[in-house]
Write a protein that binds this ligand. Structure first.
Ligand code: ASP
Ligand code: MG
Length: 477
């Protein structure tokens, strides 16, 4: 018998809003299975569940939060999952499966409450329960839709984690041989796997970072040599801009891995930036597809796009809630290592720096607005110690970072000119312009209140009506 191709499908738990949604997703999976494909489905937690678990773990620490907190959380989670499986044949069996998971959440929260202690290890353990609740729902849905299915947890499947809690990684070399044990089963049924976490050598649950189920899907596709990885989303695919900001945004038919990652880093919440990391060099066809019609290709992600003859913008992305820090000092001209000291001070304060632009006498960079106070404090200390030639520090809050993404855009000076001209014509104050790392993005920081106008104008500039996104336009003479 010839082997049918293996496809890994990632289904976001946020898609499972009610019984109808579960039925639709399950039928889409079952249909593909009955067509002869072998399918491994990776699921994430239902919408808001991971946040709720994290919040509950923290609240449980407060001595005043009583048993009601624990009961409330369990009740809410039970109701949310109930509403999704309410119309499912076989729901009683699923309820029996969910109960121990809910009990485990209850037990952990009680433990935190009684000990007044929440370690990173326990937090990860609490937060992985959303996926443990979601996987049985999807497996039951697929069964009800007429294809055999079984849910497995990351620990059963053998996803070996390494690194720090919360933002760990998967050890691919250790994981691949363990996952191979699923190969056989995949001939008989759909396997539904929990995303988001693995288990380290000490037996502890380690999360792969928020939104990390996409990464799990990439890992599994790589380890099992899948032919395809499909990320089912509630959007048509990657768009030329967020359609909520830019109504004229269009579907992008093809993106390189780097372009997709870059868009993810700017906050296009389509794909986790680490999803493609395990897939480099492997012949896996990756696509982001609309859950409404999973036979549509959506956006194809390829390691390298064919013939990148001229730079071209493929999409715009933006992130709100940014602060722009501008450090000035005349001494910066002569003294080597100043920029390094300033950025190290940010690192020591555990502040993540995104875009950086430097001149002879100033250094500007963007950080999350929530880090603004910490950055001010760290820079004040540098100033007081007379270090780094810091004379003046300005922090512009309520800014947004806007990225213009496409292969080789950073190397094209005309693009920056067009960007500045367009924003200048609208009187939008550009706090900073910077070439992203690598060659695939050009970014600028603008006042948050002007972001929408900026996006609309730049979309018009780089995606004039009639031009086809995802294809390169020849560079105009
Ligand atoms: N449920 C996890 C989160 O909310 C993982 C994911 O959604 O991919 O971060
Ligand atoms: Mg997600």
């Amino acid at each position: 018998m010839s082997l049918s191709p293996l496809i890994v499908v990632k289904v976001g738990g946020a898609l499972l809003t009610d019984g109808n949604a579960l039925r639709h997703v399950s039928e889409s999976i079952a249909r593909r299975r009955l067509r002869g494909e072998r399918l491994l489905v990776v699921v994430s937690a239902l919408r808001g569940v991971t946040d709720e678990l994290e919040r509950a773990a923290t609240l449980a620490l407060d001595a005043r939060s009583g048993l009601e907190l624990v009961r409330d959380v369990m009740d809410r989670l039970r109701r949310q999952h109930e509403s999704v499986l309410s119309e499912l044949p076989g729901r009683d069996a699923v309820r029996l499966r969910l109960q121990p998971v809910l009990d485990s959440i209850g037990g952990l929260l009680t433990g935190i409450r009684l000990t007044g202690e929440l370690t990173p290890r326990t937090r990860d353990l609490v937060m992985c329960h959303g996926e443990r609740l979601a996987a049985p729902l999807v497996a039951a849905g697929v069964l009800a839709a007429g294809a055999d299915a079984r849910d497995v947890t990351s620990e059963e499947a053998g996803l070996v984690a390494s690194g720090t809690f919360r933002v760990g990684s998967c050890d691919l070399a250790a994981t691949a041989p363990r996952l191979a044990a699923l190969e056989h089963e995949l001939h008989d049924r759909v396997v539904v796997l929990t995303g988001f976490y693995g288990v380290n050598a000490a037996g502890d649950v380690v999360l792969f970072g928020r939104g990390g189920s996409d990464y799990t899907a990439g890992v599994v596709a790589a380890c099992l040599h899948a032919r395809g990885l499909e990320l089912w989303k509630d959007v048509p695919g990657f768009m030329t801009a967020d359609p909520r900001e830019v109504p004229g945004a269009r579907l992008v038919s093809e993106l390189s891995y780097e372009e997709a990652c870059e868009l993810g880093l700017y906050g296009a919440r389509i794909l986790h930036p680490r999803c493609l990391e395990p897939l480099r060099g492997l012949p896996v066809a990756v696509s982001v597809r609309p859950v409404a019609d999973v036979d549509a290709t959506g956006t194809l992600l390829v390691e390298r796009r064919a013939a990148p003859s001229a730079p071209g913008v493929v999409a715009l992305a933006a992130r709100r809630g940014v602060a722009v820090v501008r450090v000035q000092g005349a001494a910066m001209v002569n003294e080597p290592g100043v920029a390094g000291r300033i950025l190290s001070a940010m690192g020591e304060a555990r502040i993540n720096v995104d875009a950086v632009a430097a001149s002879m006498t100033s250094l500007s960079f963007t950080i999350a607005a929530s880090d603004a106070a910490g950055a001010r404090h760290a820079l004040r200390r540098l100033h007081e110690r007379g270090e780094a030639g810091v004379e003046d520090v300005r922090v512009q809050e309520q800014a947004a970072l806007l990225g213009v993404v496409g292969e080789r855009v950073a190397g094209d000076p005309t693009l920056a000119g067009r960007l500045l001209a367009r924003l200048g014509a609208l009187g939008i104050d550009v706090h900073l312009v910077c070439h992203g790392p690598g060659d695939v993005s050009l970014s600028c920081a603008v006042p948050e209140a002007d972001l929408r106008r900026a996006l609309l104008a730049l979309h018009e500039e780089f995606f004039p009506a009639g031009a086809r996104p995802g294809r390169r336009r020849a560079r105009s003479a």
